[in-house]
Design a protein around this ligand. Structure first.
Ligand code: DC
Length: 231
């Protein structure tokens, strides 16, 4: 049996990280973890509690509650995918909406929120055989990951993909709003003080602007074969 790997997939928002990571996990029979969904779930919690929104962040309340926020991923056999649960409630659809998307950058910059999420992510990773996508997986969460991929694609292509994805889920959205949200999140992700989005020195860059998922799979499976051959 080939050895099991930890595969870290980082990169800009909406460049197909989760589609790609899910496809790899399915192919290898690995666990897929969407680390962005965890930050989104915390953000939803804060919005519902009134700790975030139009006014200032209520940081003291967030720090107090972060210990009791439970996030898990439960497999839904009907759609053959894992869904995100916040304190036992399925929030998969709600965390993808524009309101959460607009506030998640601020919440994910709180050091204590990051510490808690990174600890949870490392716990999930102890068994290997995992594909995790996010912003800091190859740099902070698993600096010793067996394979690190840094994904990128043009802003317009990413906006179109996000738009189509949300429309497909019957979530009403405006294209320009999506595009602006992506630009704003790139700036926030790259410029934040803690764990800014960076390519790990040993990550392989994948610009998939003009690649299909199947082309990306052929590309990555070749790399994975060389990593696991004879091991
Ligand atoms: O991948 P996504 O768009 O669902 O991520 C949502 C937000 O969470 C994004 O604005 C950046 C943040 N994030 C993060 O800070 N670190 C991660 N590992 C994953 C996501």
């Amino acid at each position: 049996m080939p050895r099991k790997l930890i595969i870290a997939i980082d990169g800009y928002s909406s460049c197909g990280k989760s589609t790609f990571a899910k496809a790899i996990a399915r192919k290898l029979d690995y666990i897929y973890i969407d680390s962005g969904a965890m930050y989104r779930a915390v953000t939803l919690y804060c919005l519902r509690k009134g700790y975030a929104g139009r006014e200032e962040l209520k940081t003291a309340n967030i720090l107090n509650d972060i210990k009791i926020i439970d996030i898990s991923f439960v497999y839904n056999p009907d759609i053959s995918e894992y869904e995100t649960y916040l304190n036992s409630e399925n929030v998969e659809k709600e965390i993808r909406g524009i309101e959460v998307s607009s506030h998640v950058s601020r919440i994910s910059q709180i050091p204590e929120v990051r510490d808690r999420m990174v600890a949870l992510q490392r716990q999930i990773g102890v068994f290997k055989g995992i594909v995790m996508d996010g912003r800091d997986i190859g740099t902070v969460v698993f600096p010793d990951a067996d394979l690190k991929i840094f994904m990128t694609a043009s802003v317009d292509i990413r906006a179109r993909r996000r738009f189509d994805e949300l429309r497909g889920k019957n979530i009403h959205v405006d294209f320009e709003e999506i595009r602006n949200n992506i630009i704003a999140r790139d700036i926030a992700d790259e410029n934040r003080d803690i764990s800014p989005l960076r390519k790990a020195p040993d990550a392989i860059v994948l610009d998939n602007s003009r690649m299909t998922v199947s082309q990306q799979m052929d590309w990555v499976m070749d790399i994975i074969r060389t990593l696991t051959d004879g091991n």
